[in-house]
Ligand binder design. Structure first.
Ligand SMILES: Nc1ncnc2c1ncn2[C@@H]1O[C@H](COP(=O)(O)OP(=O)(O)OP(=O)(O)O)[C@@H](O)[C@H]1O
Ligand SMILES: Nc1nc2c(ncn2[C@@H]2O[C@H](COP(=O)(O)O)[C@@H](O)[C@H]2O)c(=O)[nH]1
Length: 206
């Protein structure tokens, strides 16, 4: 019997483009995806819950996880560490369930290198002006941090060709529909590959 592993979906894109918003709306509709909660050393924002929005860690705790190879990927982004817990992702995929990561670009590129069978989706803003407005209006960052995140955004957007799909986040519902279509299409692709593999095996043994 062919072992069926889950698919790893990676949603990435510049700060403020709406990754978190789109992911939450997607998860309200898709119960089959498993979200991997990230680790971070940044301070929690008002309303964020440890273990739900992030696992909030000290710098020492995070560096110890790096040393013990407990992270699938990690990046230093605008002064803080962010990383994906390896064990949760590997165990969940092994159980045949799809995993969804929402991470920045350096981390996504690391995953792509080590996990090329993943599906990489870049969320793109309708315009740079709108991106700036979204980060500012969210009201979670100081003026300095907004500037640094926008600087990072320029370099991040230059990397979008490395992704399998680009989705513009103009209307949230449309972006969610497109991501759902990508998820379905990737399942169809893998189903077809599995059928072809099965046929080839049967031919070999007949
Ligand atoms: N399609 C959209 N139209 C208008 N506003 C949006 C849209 N998507 C998200 N927003 C708003 O933009 C702001 C940034 O969204 P969000 O926090 O989801 O971005 P993000 O990409 O996850 O950011 P970060 O990478 O900094 O965590 C939020 O205030 C959110 O409500
Ligand atoms: N490389 C990783 N990036 C991550 C991870 N979890 C979140 N992020 C990204 O970091 C920035 C900043 O997030 P914020 O919550 O401080 O606004 C954003 O692009 C997130 O998507 C991770 O595990 N690895």
């Amino acid at each position: 019997m062919i072992e069926k592993k889950g698919i790893l979906f990676v949603l990435s894109g510049p700060s403020g483009v709406g990754k978190g918003t789109v992911r939450k709306a997607l998860f309200e509709k898709s119960t089959d995806l498993k979200y991997s909660t990230s680790m971070t050393t940044r301070n929690s924002r008002e309303g964020e819950v440890d273990g739900v929005d992030y696992f909030f860690k000290s710098k020492e705790e995070f560096e110890s996880m790096i040393e013990q190879n407990q992270l699938l990927e990690y990046a230093e982004y605008v002064g803080n560490y962010y990383g994906t817990p390896r064990e949760y992702v590997e165990k969940t995929l092994q159980e045949g369930k799809d995993v969804f990561l929402e991470i920045e670009v350096q981390g996504a590129l690391q995953v792509k290198k080590n996990f090329p069978q993943g599906v990489f989706i870049f969320l793109f803003p309708p315009s740079l002006e709108e991106l700036k407005n979204r980060i500012i209006n969210r009201g979670t960052e100081t003026e300095d941090l907004v500037r640094n995140r926008l600087l990072a955004a320029k370099a991040e957007i230059e990397m979008m060709d490395a992704y399998d799909y680009v989705v513009v986040n103009d209307k949230i519902e449309l972006a969610v529909d497109k991501i759902q279509a990508i998820v379905q299409s990737e399942h169809c692709k893998r189903e077809r590959v599995a059928q072809e593999y099965k046929k080839a095996l049967e031919a070999d043994f007949s």
